[in-house]
Structures are given as C-alpha cells and as structure tokens.
Design a protein around this ligand. Structure first.
Ligand code: CTP
Ligand code: ZN
Length: 154
C-alpha cells in the first residue's frame, strides 16, 4: 500500500494482530477482554484490502506485548491471525496464533448438567478435537462446542 493510501500508522511499541478474517476484529478485541477503557492507544481496521485474503482486519495495541494466554484466546476467534511484536518501530517477532491442546477457563460448557455449571469450584476445560472447522469437547461431559458457539458466548 502506498503512502497516499496508508490507513493506519505504524506503531512504536506493542502488538499488531494482523490477517484477522474480515469482520472479526471486534471479536478479537472482545475475547481479549479489551473494552477501550484501558487508556491504551489501540487501532482497529476492519475489511481493509489484503493481497492474501481479499479483505482482512487488523488490531494494533500500543505499549503491550500480549502473553501466551491472550494469544490462545485469539486463536479461538481468528485461527490464522499473525502476531507481530513491535519494538522501536521494528517487527521483533512474527508468528501465527495456534490453538492450544486444552482451553481452560475461557469458554463455558453448554450442557446445563455439566459439573462446571453446578456450583462446583471446577473451571471449564475443553480439548481440541478438530481445528478447522473448530470443534472443542468438554473435558468433563464430552459435549462439543463449535466455532459459532464460541462467537455466541462473546
Ligand atoms: N506494523 C506496525 N508498526 C510497525 C511495524 C509493523 O503497525 N512499526 C504492522 C504492519 O502495518 C503490518 C504488520 O505490523 O500490519 C506486520 O508488519 P510487516 O511484517 O512489516 O508487514 P508485512 O511484511 O506485510 O507482513 P506479513 O508478511 O505478515 O503480511
Ligand atoms: Zn461440560
């Protein structure tokens, strides 16, 4: 993209979540628990042209390097997102998000009879049984959770 067309500027330090499927940036922000009240500079670009994907979304969070748990959350809603850690304007590290084998404490089990929904001090836990399309299975009751169910929980 030429300088004339530049939509969002480069950042000095922080994290750029790139190659999010067009229209899903707000889901990424949601699953990270970011509300905009954190006094952090953040840029969200939605449905911008991309050579590789037609359109894509981008989220730039300044002054913050996301941790492993946060990166796992992103994988649940944006399986091909690339993460760029920026330091002093340079891309220090670049990688794709990846679903962890087990997902703990982020998503709820949809089975009302599941032990995690019955007042026990048990954190919900899911295993990945299929990556694309994503299918998760509750560790406790075996009920499965699909991509659409994940979005519905946000
Ligand atoms: N970026 C940024 N601030 C910087 C450096 C990079 O916001 N100081 C952003 C770029 O705008 C881009 C992403 O981080 O969205 C990755 O940067 P870069 O690796 O330079 O771009 P590409 O080569 O296009 O990345 P890829 O090969 O992953 O598509
Ligand atoms: Zn369950």
């Amino acid at each position: 993209m030429s300088e004339r067309e530049l939509r969002v500027s480069k950042i000095k330090d922080g994290t750029v979540i790139d190659h999010i499927r067009g229209g899903y940036a707000l889901d990424v922000v949601n699953i990270l628990g970011i509300t905009g009240k954190e006094k952090r500079v953040m840029t969200i670009a939605v449905n911008v042209p991309s050579k590789r994907f037609g359109v894509k979304d981008i989220v730039k969070i300044e002054g913050k390097a996301l941790n492993a748990e946060e990166l796992n959350r992103i994988a649940l809603v944006a399986p091909h997102a690339s993460i760029n850690f920026i330091k002093n304007y340079e891309v220090l590290e670049k990688f794709e998000v990846k679903l962890p084998q087990a997902i703990e404490g982020i998503l709820k089990c949809q089975n009302p009879c599941c032990v995690v929904n019955n007042g026990e001090p048990v954190k919900p836990k899911f295993h990945v049984v299929h990556e694309e399309p994503m299918v998760l299975k509750c560790h406790y009751c075996g009920v499965s959770l699909e991509q659409a169910d994940v979005f519905a929980q946000l």
